[in-house]
Ligand binder design. Structure first.
Ligand code: GDP
Ligand code: MG
Length: 178
């Protein structure tokens, strides 16, 4: 059976847990101190709904202008993870810009919205929560995206992020073109 290869991108402000979520998914470990400047592509083969997938995940870094590599990756990317921390309102607000840039690069007017999931990470820090669950849900409704609260530390809902995206891609009518 042929393996489907999907390219996924993880976006969000520095410190929200993009690398920790990616590392937990790819390697099954929590790395509490991952170099914040590293931007790289990680690969993992997974079985989802009895089908094999080869996933390439771009873990982005830095908040400066999109790099050429990143733009190209977004162009070819099939699914997008937008991460904020439930302990930081600023990281939630920042997602608007990431969302806008992805939509522009993907030319959504022409192609429709790509598979997308909004992720509120650090759910283990309930005591420090400032972004309510329903606030995240409301933004996801507005964006017509999926929504999950996760903890890279406790490995809560981590696989679910990527499984949901793969299922969204499978349902997406534009998938055959890439
Ligand atoms: P990135 O800049 O978005 O890639 O963020 P990192 O993955 O490097 O994580 C930034 C910091 O948040 C690190 O100190 C991590 O240990 C911490 N962190 C990441 N995910 C979680 C989480 O789910 N819970 C808690 N408590 N800390 C987390
Ligand atoms: Mg990182």
């Amino acid at each position: 059976m042929p393996i489907s290869e999907y390219k996924l991108c993880v976006f969000g402000s520095g410190g929200v847990g993009k690398s920790c979520l990616t590392m937990q998914f790819v390697q099954g470990i929590f790395m509490p101190k991952y170099d914040p400047t590293i931007e790289d592509v990680y690969k993992k083969t997974v079985e989802i709904d009895e089908k094999q997938y080869s996933l390439e995940i771009l873990d982005t870094a830095g908040t400066e202008e999109f790099s050429a590599m990143r733009d190209l990756y977004v162009k070819n990317g099939q699914g997008f993870v937008l991460v904020y921390s439930i302990t930081s309102q600023a990281t939630f607000n920042d997602l608007n810009e990431f969302y806008g840039r992805i939509m522009r690069i993907k030319d959504t007017e022409l192609h429709g919205q790509p598979p997308l999931i909004l992720v509120g990470n650090k759910s283990d820090l309930e005591d420090e929560r400032v972004v309510g669950r329903e606030v995240g849900q409301a933004l996801a409704r507005k964006w017509k995206s999926s929504f999950l609260e996760t903890s890279a530390k406790d490995r809560a809902n981590v696989n679910e992020i990527f499984f949901d995206l793969v299922r969204q891609i499978n349902r997406s009518p534009n998938i055959a073109s890439s």
